[in-house]
Design a protein around this ligand. Sequence first.
Ligand SMILES: C[S@@+](CC[C@H](N)C(=O)[O-])C[C@H]1O[C@@H](n2cnc3c(N)ncnc32)[C@H](O)[C@@H]1O
Length: 205
Amino acid sequence: MPRRIRQHVNPLKLGYVEGMQPALRLRAGRPIEVELGCAHADFLFERAAEDPAPLYVGVEIRAEMVRRVNERAARLGVESVCAVFGNVNADLPRLFPRASVARFYLNFPDPWFKRRHHKRRVLNPELARTLVGTLVPHGEVFFQSDVFDLALDAMEVLEREPALENVVRPWAFERMSPFRARSRREQQSERKERRVWRLRYRRVA
Ligand SMILES: C[S@@+](CC[C@H](N)C(=O)[O-])C[C@H]1O[C@@H](n2cnc3c(N)ncnc32)[C@H](O)[C@@H]1O
């Protein structure tokens, strides 16, 4: 029988905030793109087909999903995609060296609708700072969600980070995805004809 996968994990629970991930062994000379909260990593597999040059890493807090992604990559012989277990809000500095990542993707992060749960949302000013420190110069942060409230929150965080500039213009959403790849949630939203709110920022000097 297939193993049951938890739908949600509270990232603030002790054990998820301690940060225990060792640094990844990444081959130098290859751009690195990272999806934060990758789940099935459909997006990364499609990105790898679209652009084979980078190495694609998914960071995911549900260990069972990490196992499945890595099994799928091995089964398909896709050497450029891997997933790693980690809490986006605690483990990034340990996982990736400073100025090493070409692009971060935040595809449809958990919305945590209840106000008392907003503190569990992954994107906050601390994470934005960490992303800036981990990005290569001119590296990008791409965010998308079909929850307008969450996208507005994300916009506020990213606009207020001085080392990031909005690729479209200040306080503007990007209408279409610049990528052919679609995450699983993105595909579901498109099937339901829900509007997707997208943001893209670039690290400035
Ligand atoms: C709504 S799903 C979106 C999955 C995928 N990005 C997509 O667009 O289809 C959010 C994912 O983020 C993961 N997640 C939530 N908080 C996390 C955290 N603090 N660190 C790592 N992963 C996290 C969840 O386990 C879940 O797999």
